[in-house]
Design a protein around this ligand. Structure first.
Ligand code: MN
Length: 221
């Protein structure tokens, strides 16, 4: 019997073709592989529903990304956004947005296992995710020493402060183009912007990437 693999997949953002290619490339088998997504399955790309279908077909599990969290906040009336945002998602999901949203409500904001920590955007230095605001976990990029400004690019990235021994795997920051340090791996390689869709096969620590068929939206959009 083959040892169980965990296949950790970076931000898909509606790029269902590339996800299908990646799943084929790693020969993903839900009978013996565990497929974990780092969040942000939806928006920006050609079909969020297409990604949701594939996600279900491989019995995927996911942590919450900022796009899923925004969606829930809007659906729950806790955030203002143009109605078009929800209309677009309803159109994309073709009647299945409620099912998707119900699923997302069950997703964790992080997954922690011996030697491994998965989170969408990152960790506040020295603070366990259970003691961190969920919005921070899905959006942090940089660290100012106080947590007042998590996006200011003049401050160092949060992972420069990480001193733990577990491997932290995150997505969210496409402009980094991926990151591979001993204890930090960034898996968002900007597929939807015309980059690549990346996964990490754990515990062999092997990367597999497929090139985007095209750029679906400009970076920063
Ligand atoms: Mn994100």
């Amino acid at each position: 019997m083959t040892a169980q693999r965990t296949i950790i997949i970076g931000d898909v953002h509606g790029c269902y073709r590339e996800l299908a290619m990646l799943l084929r490339e790693v020969d993903a088998n839900p009978q013996c592989d565990r497929l974990i997504f780092l969040g942000d399955l939806i928006n920006k790309g050609p079909s969020s529903k297409g990604v949701w279908d594939l996600f279900q077909s491989v019995k995927g599990i996911s942590i919450v990304g900022n796009h899923e969290l925004s969606m829930l906040k809007i659906l729950d009336g806790e955030a203002n956004r143009h109605q078009k945002y929800i209309d677009d998602l309803h159109r994309d999901f073709d009647g299945e947005l409620d099912a998707f949203a119900s699923s997302v409500r069950q997703w964790p904001f992080w997954i922690e296992e011996p030697g491994l920590m998965l989170v969408h955007a990152g960790l506040v230095p020295g603070v366990h995710p259970r003691a961190t605001d969920p919005w921070t976990l899905v959006s942090i990029r940089t660290w100012d020493g106080a947590g007042k400004d998590l996006f200011n690019s003049t401050h160092p990235p949060w992972f420069d402060f990480y001193t733990g021994q577990s491997l932290v795997v995150f997505g969210h920051w496409a402009a980094l183009g991926g990151l591979n340090r001993e204890h930090i791996i960034g898996l968002d390689t900007g597929c939807v912007y015309g980059g690549m869709l990346s996964c990490l096969i754990w515990p062999e620590r092997r990367f597999v990437r497929v090139k985007a068929c095209q750029a679906y939206c400009p970076i920063g959009h």
